[in-house]
Structure formats: C-alpha cells, structure tokens
Unconditional design. Structure first.
Length: 264
C-alpha cells in the first residue's frame, strides 16, 4: 500500500494547498492513506477545532498529527478528547487531552497504526515523558492490530530524529521527522525495513523564513527588536513523502520525497 505523509501545514496558504493537492495526489499516485501534520494550521501556530475540521472534511485526508503547538488554543483540548483523527504527541504526560496513537482503516481496508512523538532536545517543552520508552510501549499496542505503523517524530534536533529511526528500525514501517519546516534529502530504507526521512518539510509559502514573512524576521536578526511574524503567501508548496509498505509484513519497500507547487 502507499501512504502519503504531509509535512507541517502552515496557516491558510498551507491549508489551501493541502486541500487542493491531496485529492489530486491520491488519484494520480494511487495513495491508500494520507497523514497530515497540522500543528501550524491556525494562523501559523496551533490548531483550532474549526481549522482541524477544515482539513478532516477534505476528501482524501485520513488523519492529522501535531507537535508542541497543539495546546496554543484552549478549546482544542475537549475537541481532541472526542476526535481520534487528530493526534497529540504520545509522550505528553498522562492526563493531557486526546490520543497519542491510534489504528485507522485505509480506503483499501488495511489497518494503519499512527504514532505521534515529540522530541526533548531544544524544544522548550517541560514535563515530557521519554519518547523512546513511550514510543515502544505504544508501538506494541498498535502492532496487536496491524503490522503497519507510521511514526511522526516532531523534533528540532536532527540527531534525535535520526536516532529514533535507528531505535525503531524493524519495529515500524516508517519514521518521518517534522517541525523544522525544511525538507531533507536523506530518505532511505533502514536495514531492518523501516523507511526514514529526517524532515518532511513544510506545506506552505516557500518564499519565506520557515513560513513567515522575510523582512520582519530579518529585522529581528539585525536589531534584536521584537517583530510580528506574519505568515507569508508566496510560492506555496506541499512537501512530504510517499512510503510504499508491504501489507503482510509492515516493512517499507520504497520511500520517495514529494514537493508539489500550488497556485501561480
């Protein structure tokens, strides 16, 4: 089966792109299941029930992963308790709202487990549980239902994402990184059959500084003075990867980076 995993969607330009391009990619590339990281869809940081519904009602999007901005809007908590198609990082402490891992059914009837994790290096998030221990515990639960498991490792440090790939090699179908908004070129199948990519990249305005208007960010670097970082608009692209998985074993047989332009 083929799984499309879309990197961090930024603001309304990113939402418009993913809503337009995912249905096309599903048809053209014969995609069976689509995962979208949505943690920046509401004004460039965070998720609201309205913006989550905007993507979840889009034909072809099966579920959403997130990251450290998931709690920016208070109203998302009750929403997530009732909506397993939007995952939080599973290594947030017990008692936080929502689901960190879940098993879904793809359009071809095959079950797909998805696990969302959050890195602890340079992320500025307190009280996170160990992603390696929590991750393996959640994977064992998911694999009771399906051999196909995809992990979104939302992390800043490339080393933390890479070591997660090696740690989970052979245990999951794919480990893909999100958060840095820059697509890396290190896609590969690890020795025990896990597809790996350090970062899927950003779905949003490419002519920007990781999704924000260039001039205010430059001014901040030059002067140190506070600036408002609005979401940029130019040269919007969808970035991600397509992973092909053997349905019987859960092992990856191919991973391909995706970068599709949207609009003029």
């Amino acid at each position: 089966m083929k799984i499309l995993i879309v990197g961090d969607v930024v603001g309304s330009p990113g939402r418009d792109a993913v809503k337009a391009l995912v249905p096309i990619l599903r048809t053209q590339r014969k995609i069976d299941f689509v995962i979208v990281n949505c943690e920046n869809i509401a004004g460039g940081a965070g998720v609201t029930p309205r913006t989550a519904d905007d993507l979840l009602t889009t034909p072809g999007i099966d579920m959403l992963t997130s990251g450290q901005h998931i709690w920016r809007y208070r109203e998302i908590g009750p929403y997530m308790d009732a909506q397993p198609r939007l995952l939080k990082p599973a290594n947030y402490p017990k008692g936080t709202p929502g689901f960190g891992a879940y098993v879904y059914t793809a359009k071809n009837g095959v079950k797909v487990g998805v696990l969302n994790l959050l890195g602890r290096v340079f992320m500025g998030v307190d009280a996170l549980d160990d992603p390696f221990r929590v991750g393996m515990e959640e994977i064992e639960k998911l694999k009771k239902e399906t051999p196909i498991v995809v992990v979104d490792m939302h992390a800043e440090a490339t080393s933390e994402k890479i070591v997660t790939g090696w740690f989970l090699d052979g245990h999951v179908s794919a480990v893909v990184g999100t958060h840095t908004h820059i697509q890396t070129a290190d896609e590969r199948i690890l020795p025990k059959g896990t597809a790996y990519l350090t970062d899927l990249g950003m779905t949003g305005p490419y002519d920007s500084v990781i999704g924000r208007e260039i001039e205010p960010v430059l001014e901040k670097f030059l002067t140190g003075m506070p600036s408002r970082f609005d979401v940029a608009k130019g040269n919007v692209k969808l970035c991600g990867a397509i992973v092909e998985v053997d349905e019987s074993t859960g092992k990856a047989v191919k991973i391909e980076r995706v970068q599709e332009s949207f609009g003029g």
